[in-house]
Design a protein around this ligand. Sequence first.
Ligand SMILES: NC(=O)c1ccc[n+]([C@@H]2O[C@H](COP(=O)([O-])OP(=O)(O)OC[C@H]3O[C@@H](n4cnc5c(N)ncnc54)[C@H](OP(=O)(O)O)[C@@H]3O)[C@@H](O)[C@H]2O)c1
Length: 350
Amino acid sequence: MTGRPTLAVVGATGAVGTVLLRILSQRADIWGDIRLIASPRSAGRKLAVRGEEVEVAALAEEAFDGVDIALFDVPDEVAARWAPVAAAKGAVVVDNSGAFRADPDVPLVVPEVNPHAARRRPRGIISSPNCTTLTMIVALGALHAEFGLRELVVSSYQAVSGAGRAGVETLRRQLSLVAGTELGTSPGDVRRAVGDDTGPFPEPVALNVVPWAGSLCDDGWSSEEMKVRDESRKILGLPQLPVAVTCVRVPVVTTHSLTVHARFEGEVTVGKAREIMATAPGVVLCDDPAAGEFPTPADVVGTDPTWVGRVRRALDDPTALELFVCGDNLRKGAALNTAQIAELVAAEAD
Ligand SMILES: NC(=O)c1ccc[n+]([C@@H]2O[C@H](COP(=O)([O-])OP(=O)(O)OC[C@H]3O[C@@H](n4cnc5c(N)ncnc54)[C@H](OP(=O)(O)O)[C@@H]3O)[C@@H](O)[C@H]2O)c1
């Protein structure tokens, strides 16, 4: 890379891509050209980045000519096909999809936790974790560095934008159908009101809680739950870490929340844990229940850090902590993490 690197954003029109353009406009501008790429459906559209209107190009091999770093925010199958094309043309790919995260030759990077991993990328591809893992991993990485993590038990409360634009459109449509009614008082009444089109979710998400995210894996686990386990292990370098996860979709537009039970090597204190959360880069401690202070998606949405509250020592285990964690799934959970990785790669050339 000589001079200011050329950046490509693939999937610039999507839920993550849209937030990424905003983030690129807000962070220090280290980029030369920024190219915007999406499907042929969006070719010719103009989107604002860094205060300028940039035309969207259709995804094609030539779109990567001269690109130094390509950020991919597209569905798994599109990334699986096109990330190697971009890498073969000399770009370092930072991929937000699940296509490469389990590949031993593709590092899975969270700049606050394992930045060194980004340097070994034999396929020219770096993966960014899934949004549920990212919601907790910065805080957990800091606690692991101090206490040594031994086990995780996690439940998620996931926002609909985790399922992209289609998820948000589904919740908005369903909310308009149930607003001002007495629905939610008898079995099936919400389902009848919203109709059969439940979008990317298996059940209505308005006035509801859906204990499912992703596709069906072995023994009743969901793909989202398997990702949280496998990705946490890979990022933390703990391949045997026991991780139990239940992923749940809730009627929140953006910002995932998680309850976390984390068990460590030895005894932990709430005081030390709070000190770590208050000083770890990328983490904000928001924990004063007596004053009604804890993080909620309504306050956290649109912000960069991981917010941690409800820090307690486990009632029956002095080696374990209970936490409630919130993070914007489109910012640190997706776009921001890839922007940070791209900045790490760009800095290698300095
Ligand atoms: N949403 C989250 O919280 C989140 C978090 C972490 C990771 N991710 C991952 O990030 C990726 C993008 O997610 P999203 O939520 O932004 O999805 P989305 O809102 O559905 O957007 C998908 C993007 O991919 C583009 N695209 C689709 N098919 C394409 C094709 N054949 N060729 C070129 N471009 C194509 C779309 O372009 P058009 O507009 O032209 O169709 C759009 O820009 C996914 O892999 C997702 O798993 C999402």
